[in-house]
Design a protein around this ligand. Structure first.
Ligand code: UDP
Length: 262
């Protein structure tokens, strides 16, 4: 059941994502979202790999979002295992190194799918790099089918092509699956004018346009991802994944985040 069915309100006509006192809005104005989780988000305080506590915390948060009636696709990164650029720096040809990176995202996808199912919420991993003995191959139809059935679609393998990132994968899947919102989970609570961990004068934006983010070359997502989201008029919420319930809170407009809108 979609939120708009539940409330009888067409949530997609809202110009602002967060409920305000002046406008009567449903609590959650999103029907279908794509969440971008980097590999880093899954490694907790480890230096690489998967941290079981963090994985379960995020899985529980995702299951909670699904229980609100929101359809959830998750694009997982692979940087906790391997990044193509790092491989290329060590002498592996870039396209091959990127293939290794895409395989890393499938490992994360399978782990996340399992963690979500342990929460009692159904999930399916779909990989853009077909590997039928391990998980379903990604197709738009299959992903839409799972989303409509209320399953969380864990999308692995990025775009399926080298020289791209899973940020671009998230924007691409967000557009082709008609998502209302891209949720970019990061280690900080929004988009800053500079890296807040290095520059104490870095300013945080509450709201910004896709154009501004591209023009200012803000490093939070790659330009291709911002450009795809802009062309398809999909807003992006950038928020910190470090606290339990962070995804739900960001969706409900609680806590600090940056809202990128057309
Ligand atoms: N990758 C790729 N094509 C894609 C998405 C990812 O080749 O469409 C590879 C690339 O090598 C990348 C790695 O997979 O470095 C892991 O993805 P990403 O760096 O986006 O993961 P994250 O930083 O989000 O953990």
């Amino acid at each position: 059941m979609s939120i708009s069915e539940e409330t009888g309100t067409d949530s997609l006509t809202l110009s602002h994502p967060f409920p305000s006192a002046a406008i009567e809005t449903p609590a959650v104005p999103w029907r279908r979202v794509v969440v971008k989780l980097s590999g880093e988000a899954l490694m907790g305080s480890l230096t690489h790999g998967l941290d079981a506590y963090t994985l379960n915390r995020i899985a529980s948060d995702l299951a909670n979002v699904a229980s609100l009636g929101i359809e959830v696709a998750v694009v997982v990164g692979g940087g906790n295992f391997f990044r193509g650029i790092a491989g290329a720096d060590k002498g592996i040809e870039r396209a091959r190194a990127d293939s290794i990176g895409m395989l890393a995202t499938v490992m994360n996808g399978l782990a996340l799918e399992y963690a979500i199912e342990k929460q009692g919420q159904s999930a399916r991993t779909l990989s853009s790099v077909p590997m039928p003995s391990v998980c379903e191959a990604y197709s738009r139809q299959a992903a839409l089918h799972h989303l409509e059935k209320g399953r969380i679609a864990v999308l692995a393998g990025g775009t399926g092509n080298p020289f791209f990132t899973t940020d671009t994968g998230a924007a691409l899947r967000g557009a082709e699956l008609s998502c209302d919102l891209i949720m970019k989970a990061t280690q900080v609570d929004g988009i800053y004018s500079a890296d807040p961990k290095r520059d104490p004068n870095a300013e945080r934006y509450d709201r910004i346009t896709h154009d501004e983010a591209i023009r200012k070359n803000l490093a939070v997502m790659d330009t291709a991802a911002f450009a795809l989201a802009r062309e398809n008029r999909i807003p992006i919420i950038v928020f910190s994944i470090s606290e339990p319930g962070a995804i739900t809170a960001a969706l409900l407009g609680k806590g600090r985040s940056t809202f990128v809108s057309p």
